[in-house]
Ligand binder design. Structure first.
Ligand code: DAT
Length: 177
């Protein structure tokens, strides 16, 4: 359950790799003053990887270890977390969840530019087509805190940053009153 007592909210930004999570979070952190916790970086720093998945060519996350590592910071509030998965985080951590969505052809090009090829590229694009992360978020969190946001163009990005910043400001004002 979300903790409505927090004076500054915790935000989760999720979605398929390449939809724009890091780009959005970096800009959001600048605009809102909230602290961006890069899960990928934290996992590397605290050696929260168990093994290497040869099929997907990526390390497998030790989720319990990562959660222990992040717990204290999340308890402080005012954190922005981004990750391409969302159902293993404690539900109580987040006050709002944004799922970024990108059209298949746009995502295909972005991941291609990132150097993804073959199965890794196809599987990630399919993940987006099948709305896998959106459904994961809807199952893991209360429906009314999960919001889908388009992330195809720079205008979408700007609009998303504006909307989320306004939401954070409203939260802070409510917390003061
Ligand atoms: P993620 O963190 O979800 O893996 P990213 O922020 O690294 O994604 O973005 C991947 C690339 O796509 C990067 O070159 C920036 C670009 N991009 C992301 N969102 C975009 C948007 N809404 N409009 C245009 N380009 C975008």
């Amino acid at each position: 359950m979300a903790n409505s007592q927090r004076s500054v909210p915790n935000i989760l930004v999720t979605g398929t790799p390449g939809v724009g999570k890091s780009t959005l979070c970096e800009q959001l952190a600048e605009r809102t003053g909230l602290e961006w916790l890069e899960v990928g970086q934290i996992a590397k720093d605290c050696e929260c990887f168990e093994e290497f998945d040869e099929v997907y060519q990526c390390p497998v996350l030790d989720e319990d270890k990562l959660i222990d590592e992040m717990e204290d910071k999340m308890g402080q509030g005012g954190k922005i977390v981004d990750y391409h998965g969302c159902d293993f985080f404690p539900e109580r951590w987040f006050d709002i969840v944004f799922v970024l969505r990108t059209n298949n052809t746009v995502l295909y090009d972005r991941l291609g530019h990132r150097g993804y090829t073959g199965k890794k590229l196809e599987d990630n694009v399919q993940c987006e087509i099948f709305q896998t992360i959106l459904e994961e978020a809807q199952e893991a969190y209360k429906m009314d805190i999960v919001h889908e946001l388009p992330s195809n163009t720079p205008d979408d990005m700007e609009e998303n940053v504006d909307k989320i910043t306004a939401w954070v400001e409203e939260w802070k004002l409510r917390a003061l009153s």
